[in-house]
Design a protein around this ligand. Structure first.
Ligand SMILES: NC(=O)C1=CN([C@@H]2O[C@H](COP(=O)(O)OP(=O)(O)OC[C@H]3O[C@@H](n4cnc5c(N)ncnc54)[C@H](OP(=O)(O)O)[C@@H]3O)[C@@H](O)[C@H]2O)C=CC1
Ligand SMILES: Nc1nc(=O)c2c([nH]1)NC[C@@H]1CN(c3ccc(C(=O)N[C@@H](CCC(=O)O)C(=O)O)cc3)C=[N+]21
Length: 295
């Protein structure tokens, strides 16, 4: 904990993610015994986006560390949509592959909606397919997007039962904000989904027992937006330049200031990011078990 008037608990996503990965590794070993094979995750990376390359490398390493098979497909940025659709069809048909993740964003010129729609919903470990998004919206079991799933786990670990709490989610993307709102609603929070057209965002946030920031604006959320004692989850991953010419990662929350007001908050790095990868492994395990039940 930092010095000063800080009362906030630092939510250790890195440690929680390590525990989750260890539990998944145990399930992988049991699955191996029963099914005679290990769960497999295929990651498709199109183009040379440096940030994406780092995530793909980390995913591959942690997939193997959990005892799963990792299949990486790296394609050049000018790959036609049709070639990508062929690859997805082969991965859908491949019995060794339980999970398929197509790293986003895709290069301009690739039809993202078409590619995501081609993934077998049973292997859609990102939870981006309309079938899984629809299941989440209807409260049916399915594969849930990894980042909001990881945020929910941290919130329930911190607060226990979330029923009746006021939750404000900032950001309405299909991969973070919207599914986050659905998950909080499923846990009986009163949910406000805020975005760039929200009027008086600071006042909206001040009502919240839970603030989830998924905006992509460095340190947007200030201390005077936060109700004392509230729990703050920072999804943002922003690389900013420092005066000495280097770069560092900051979230969407002004951590040092908010720490003095909040009850608990996640750091960046070491908060939500590691949970995303751990949940990806958990989703791959879930997909493998579901596929083993219905061949
Ligand atoms: N930790 C992790 O594992 C992950 C982290 N991220 C990070 O989370 C952040 C959000 O990602 P993502 O959801 O993909 O981003 P998007 O760019 O898809 O969505 C951003 C959302 O924030 C809203 N927004 C933008 N500016 C403001 C503002 N000034 N006030 C209020 N709302 C605003 C937008 O509103 P509108 O809809 O009106 O345009 C939009 O809904 C990024 O920093 C990203 O890097 C993302 C995925 C995983
Ligand atoms: N199909 C798809 N699914 C995704 O889930 C997906 C994606 N595309 N595109 C990009 C975003 C971003 N994302 C992150 C994953 C891990 C960290 C992470 O591990 N962060 C660490 C370290 C970050 C670092 O040091 O660079 C941390 O916050 O502690 C961050 C961000 C997944 N995304």
């Amino acid at each position: 904990m930092s010095a000063g008037a800080s009362g906030a608990r630092r939510i250790d996503g890195k440690a929680f993610a390590a525990g989750l990965r260890a539990r998944v590794a145990g399930q992988v070993a049991a699955f191996h015994q029963q099914a005679g094979r290990v769960p497999g995750l295929a990651v498709v990376l199109v183009g040379e986006d440096p940030a994406s390359q780092v995530y793909v490398r980390n995913k591959g390493r942690e997939t193997v560390a959990a005892g799963m098979a990792s299949f990486e497909h790296r394609l050049s940025a000018d790959t036609p949509t049709a070639t990508l659709l062929d690859l997805i069809a082969r991965l859908n048909a491949d019995d060794r592959v339980d999970g398929i993740l197509v790293q986003l964003p895709l290069p301009k010129g690739v039809d993202e909606a078409l590619v995501l729609a081609a993934i077998d919903p049973a292997k859609d470990v990102d939870g981006f397919h309309v079938v899984n998004a629809g299941r989440l919206a209807l409260g049916q079991p399915g594969l849930v997007p990894c980042t909001p799933l990881g945020c929910l786990m941290l919130l329930e670990d911190t607060l226990g039962d979330l029923a009746g709490l006021e939750a404000v989610v900032i950001g309405r993307s299909a991969i973070v904000g919207k599914p986050m709102a659905q998950l909080l609603l499923s846990r009986h929070c009163t949910v406000t989904l805020a975005h760039s057209r929200t009027r008086d965002l600071p006042a909206v946030c001040r009502r919240a027992d839970i603030v989830v920031a998924a905006v992509g604006r460095p340190e947007l959320v200030r201390a005077d937006w936060i109700k004392p004692g509230a729990t703050v989850i920072d999804v943002g991953i922003n690389r900013v330049s420092t005066p000495d010419g280097k770069t560092r990662l900051v979230g969407d929350v002004a951590f040092d200031d908010v720490e003095a007001v909040a009850g608990a908050l996640t750091p960046v790095p070491g908060g939500v990011g590691p949970m995303t990868i751990a949940c990806l492994l958990a989703n791959t395990m879930q997909a493998a078990e579901a596929r083993a039940r219905t061949p």
